[in-house]
Write a protein that binds this ligand. Structure first.
Ligand code: SF4
Length: 153
């Protein structure tokens, strides 16, 4: 898996102070997507074990306490990303059990494959659905359009 950006301190993408990873790769092609540069799975930088260790270290940092990890993109539930994402969320929940994990995906909850669903036990909140430009509302918290649902798992 590749990633586009990593924010070690983020107060925008989810509640509280967090760490946020924007992965590469998305097949939804939403009209009005603000992140088209992430669509190509080959774009960005390799997400390697050094990055996983960095996320764990940042989540464990006592000087600036983070509430949790946000996974966005791109799409973390793109099939090509699933093995890496599953390993990441398992490790975060094992080594940082007090931290919450939010995940944004363009897929719809009811249509997730078994392999995508395997990630769900390790995350706390799923924000699902494509960005629909005609339903866009800048007043919405943590989502871009009103069709997207914030699901507490
Ligand atoms: S799911 Fe997100 S990244 Fe993918 S096309 Fe839609 S808005 Fe863009």
């Amino acid at each position: 898996m590749n990633y586009h950006q990593y924010f070690p301190i983020d107060v925008v993408n989810g509640p509280g102070t967090r760490v946020t990873l924007f992965v590469s790769g998305c097949e939804h092609q939403c009209r009005g997507c603000y992140n088209q540069s992430t669509w190509d799975v080959r774009s960005g930088h390799l997400f390697d074990s050094v990055m996983v260790d960095r996320i764990i270290a940042d989540l464990s940092d006592q000087r600036i306490v983070r509430r949790g990890l946000s996974l966005s993109g791109g799409d973390p539930l793109l099939p090509a990303n699933l093995d890496t994402i599953l390993a990441l969320v398992k490790r975060v929940k094992t080594e940082c059990p007090s931290k919450d994990i939010w995940l944004w995906t363009g897929y719809v909850f009811d249509e997730l494959s078994d392999k995508q669903r395997a990630v769900l036990p390790y995350i706390d909140v799923l924000v699902d659905g494509k960005f629909e430009q005609n339903l866009a509302d800048p007043s919405l918290m943590f989502r871009g359009s009103s069709n997207q649902i914030i699901r507490l798992l």
